[in-house]
Design a protein around this ligand. Structure first.
Ligand code: ARG
Length: 462
């Protein structure tokens, strides 16, 4: 039963149904649609459209349907309805007859779908903020478990300066916290209720839109009916946060794929989050991480697709906008899955701290320390830089680290180099010298870790 049969003589073509029907995907909005209908029934009852008794019967039937919807027991497959709104009304009509036909008074599917989707975005944004918080916790706990590990830090994917493993973990925590705050921002901005905006121009029935907004958990009603039914900014914002978070996850994945490689060998991933090769028995592939990286494509694609769909649409509602849902449903689902698997991957990591330290030492990261040591002995920095460079060259030729050169070997480059150079060349020494706020020294890293642990324990999202 279409909701609009009256002015039509012929039925819809089968192909039209395929292009037009949204029930196969907007069934995901069932619970939101039913809750919106309950609140609408109250609103039109207060406006005198329904008696109290009629409203109660509608509300009871809708409540029962809501229970079924939440248990996944509504039979969408058997339905011929066009969309979730028709589905709910048809099911209600089957049960209550003509009374159900009063529910749509003063309402349009345009303000209905805008309300349903806002509720859906709000609920999922809140759930995703929890997921982000969970990943933040997994990273902080991993940092805590491996507090003392020092590994190479990179620029241009060339070993640059050593960093603590917790410092690396906490870098991703900072990104995650920004994503959480983006979610909070969008929740604030979208906290307005479209219901009561009608098809585009508002409704003639005297419903209390402030009360409707409150009943549905929004702070206030949308201010302009044309905007209310045609705005999908909140979906775009959610897709942007999903994209930004997926971009962060893909950088995390890329780092870890490299750390897990035979060439780096810094860490091992758990069996539970890797897979084997059908041909090469020795392989253990980082598939979970590769998929975190690979799924960015479809999530970014959904953001782009909706931007393009919305671009140039005249006010107010246009059927183009029905294309807002599938990409968002998919993006949010994939984002959730990726955040959850990222937690599992992080929990499964076994670090090879010896290998990490060895790689950190191999990169001649202490060449600057040697130069500074010479400066302290009175040599101008430019000269010291040159001497240290020559030391690196000779160490390279001998396949040794600087600190593996004997004092006699070092003194070939400067008589000023003495026994006291060796402590200065130690990995811990040069890492801990970076004790500035935000640096990778022991103190700032442990301070940051403690602050994170406290914030998480206090349930804070910043
Ligand atoms: N299925 C539609 C959508 O998702 C619902 C709104 C339909 N409105 C209309 N005027 N045909 O956008």
């Amino acid at each position: 039963m279409a909701l609009w049969g009256g002015r039509f003589e012929g039925g819809s073509s089968a192909m039209f149904r395929r292009v037009n029907d949204s029930l196969p995907f907007d069934q995901q909005l069932a619970s939101q649609d039913i809750r919106g209908s309950i609140v609408w029934s109250r609103a039109i009852a207060r406006a005198g459209v329904l008696t109290a008794e009629e409203q109660q019967r509608l509300e009871q039937a809708l409540e029962a349907m809501l229970v079924k919807a939440e248990a996944g027991q509504l039979d969408f497959a058997a339905s011929q309805e066009e969309d979730i709104h028709s589905f709910v009304e048809a099911a209600l009509t089957e049960e209550l007859g003509d009374l159900a036909r009063k529910l749509h008074t003063g309402r349009s599917r345009n303000d209905q779908v805008a309300t349903d989707f806002r509720l859906w975005v709000k609920e999922h944004a809140q759930a995703l903020a929890q997921d982000l918080q969970q990943l933040r916790k997994a990273l902080v706990q991993s940092a805590q478990r491996h507090q003392t590990v020092i590994m190479p830090g990179y620029t241009h994917l060339q070993r640059a300066q050593p960093v603590r493993y917790p410092h690396w973990c906490l870098a991703y925590v900072e990104m995650i916290k920004r994503d959480i705050s983006r979610v909070q921002d969008l929740l604030k901005r979208m906290d307005q209720c479209p219901l009561g905006s009608g098809a585009l121009a508002g409704t003639v029935y005297e419903v209390d839109r402030v009360q409707i907004a409150k009943d549905l958990g929004f702070t206030e009603p949308c201010r302009n009916s044309l905007d209310a039914v045609s705005d999908r900014d909140y979906v775009l914002e959610l897709l942007f946060v999903a994209s930004s978070s997926m971009m962060h996850l893909s950088r995390l994945a890329e780092d870890m794929i490299f750390f897990n490689s035979g060439e780096a060998g810094f860490l091992r991933l758990g069996d539970g989050v890797t897979s084997g090769s059908s041909l090469m028995p020795q392989k253990k592939n980082p598939d979970a991480l590769e998929l975190m990286r690979g799924k960015c494509g479809r999530v970014f694609g959904s953001l782009q697709a909706l931007l393009v769909t919305m671009k140039g649409l005249p006010l107010a509602y246009n059927k183009d906008m029905q294309e807002d849902k599938e990409g968002a449903f998919d993006a949010v689902n994939q984002w959730h899955i990726c955040l959850m698997i990222a937690c599992e991957v992080i929990d499964s990591v076994e670090l090879n701290s010896e290998r990490c330290a060895q790689a950190a030492r191999e990169g001649y990261a202490n060449a600057t320390e040697l130069a500074d040591y010479l400066v302290a002995k009175g040599i101008p920095f430019r000269t010291a830089h040159e001497i240290a460079g020559q030391v690196v060259l000779s160490a390279l030729a001998k396949s040794k680290a600087i600190e593996q050169l004997s004092l006699a070997e070092l003194q070939e480059f400067s008589e000023l180099i003495q026994e006291d150079v060796y402590p200065v060349l130690q990995l811990e020494y040069l890492v801990n010298k970076r004790s500035i706020l935000g640096g990778t020294g022991e103190k700032p890293v442990l301070d940051a870790l403690r602050q994170e642990l406290e914030a998480i324990a206090a349930g804070q999202d910043r």
